[in-house]
Design a protein around this ligand. Sequence first.
Ligand SMILES: C[S@@+](CC[C@H](N)C(=O)[O-])C[C@H]1O[C@@H](n2cnc3c(N)ncnc32)[C@H](O)[C@@H]1O
Length: 207
Amino acid sequence: MLRRFVVVCSRATASDEFVLDDLPGTSGRLDVGLRCVRAALLVSHGLRRDAIAYLLLGGGPRAPRVLRFAGSGVRFLRPDERSLAVLAKKALASRADEGASGFVDVRPGVAVARGGLGAICADMGPAVARYVLEESGPDLRQDPGLAVGDVAFFLGDHAGFEEDTRAHLTVLGARPIGIGPVAVHADDAVAIVSNELDRRKPAGGTP
Ligand SMILES: C[S@@+](CC[C@H](N)C(=O)[O-])C[C@H]1O[C@@H](n2cnc3c(N)ncnc32)[C@H](O)[C@@H]1O
């Protein structure tokens, strides 16, 4: 069973033109997405091989573009934001996705694609249960069907979803789900969902 997290970073830069020493100020808040990558893929002293994080990048001249980090293939992923930003910068500098269809590997476990939600859903395939994380959604803990098969969770960045994105997610069949009454940071939302899935995993399952 694969768990996927899609972070819609509406203004985050889809190019490598940002300054590592001022990531939040120069990248359209790519830092928010990168913290979600850490929360989705890294555990203490290990990697979640069954997790994939997608960052949909909607800012700058090369947008829309998607960065995909797959726990099954990624190597040397470090938890600090700067190292993740260096990795993202190298991946976004690539032109391999121009003229290509779908995701193109640019580093072990890291791929890039042109496009937005459509490209992500095509990559996931149709047999994935889709959820959209939103504060007003039905409580995740009350959903007995969750995590029975492959799942994908869509979440917003610090600014939440733009209206057209939210509407598109409805068309894509993403069901609202909430993780509690308080709006938390996006990476904390990923951690909470991951924890819930961990608790439901059959005993003996490894990250
Ligand atoms: C920092 S929050 C966005 C806050 C933003 N001001 C808004 O109104 O949506 C980032 C994302 O995390 C998810 N999230 C945060 N708290 C949540 C909650 N209690 N239940 C479900 N999703 C949540 C949502 O997908 C949200 O778009």
